[in-house]
Design a protein around this ligand. Sequence first.
Ligand SMILES: C[S@@+](CC[C@H](N)C(=O)[O-])C[C@H]1O[C@@H](n2cnc3c(N)ncnc32)[C@H](O)[C@@H]1O
Length: 324
Amino acid sequence: MAVTVGTGKFLSFVRPQSPTLARLVRYECPGSPPTLQSHRNRTTLMTTESPAAGTTEWQADYVHAHLDEQAAYLATVSASTLMQHVAENTHVLLNLKPGQSVLEVGCGNGMFLPGLAEKVFPAGRVVGVDHADAFVTEARKNAAACRHGTIISIESGDAYKLPFGNGTFDAAHCERVLMHLDDPTAAVREMARVVRAGGVVVAAEPDWPGMQFDHPDPEAFQLVYLRALRLFRQPDLGLTLFRRFSEAGLIDLKFLPATAIFTDFATIRMYGLKLEPAVEALIAEKRLPFETLRAVIPALEQASAGGTYYSTAIMHVVAGTVPR
Ligand SMILES: C[S@@+](CC[C@H](N)C(=O)[O-])C[C@H]1O[C@@H](n2cnc3c(N)ncnc32)[C@H](O)[C@@H]1O
């Protein structure tokens, strides 16, 4: 099976030989080999159904009020097959060495920090930053309980205004943070500022509109799906990462996407997709006949129960170097 690996300068199709490349294309559940489709009708659908501002569920006040729920969500997602694959690709691009310092922006409850500490232990250091103090406390607790917790520290801070001087770190990373920001490029620029010349910045983000679903009524499904994506502030952030890294002044851009096939609708729900409010909104607006809209979700549930549910996803993982 051919997989894609590339840099800013070239793109090549290679046969997986190294263990990392062999795992580039993964299955969230067992199934037949994945084929990545083009973003069917993406432009048309995005312009007619463009997402709105997004929810507040990763803002500090919300996290404070729903800490257990949000922390459980992050733990479940980070343990999923796709995110484990994203983590492996992220580590390939970060290429951390023992003794180095690395910053994790929007660290949440600190799920990614032990993996970073493994790479830079014993003389290195890992610093997590989050704007939600409830997560800072939780991440400190989790770090204290992990194997190399002595080299991990967590601070309160804003992705737009990191509390560090220029060139403090050898590397900086964030995952599923930029998609929740109004100005993701400014946050990438800020990560680049706190990394030394020659150091690396890596981000991992989904491209929700680029997901593909096999649905018996594709038109009704797309209408519902794109309405549901209004839940996310920047649903297509992953697709824009490469350009944003360039706009932020990073060079030698590289990408190592993680792809997944889902054969179970429950997995997509687990990642946070909520179709029900979208169906209700479209019914209220009489955008399609009531029966048509009401049938969208049951069709996915039936496919899932019958073993024919099939959807594809890409998590974009992009790296750039801070110019000397
Ligand atoms: C979807 S969670 C991802 C958490 C973590 N990166 C992970 O992968 O488990 C988004 C995180 O970004 C944080 N966040 C959102 N906006 C932020 C900002 N402006 N500055 C710092 N952190 C922010 C949230 O508090 C939350 O922890």
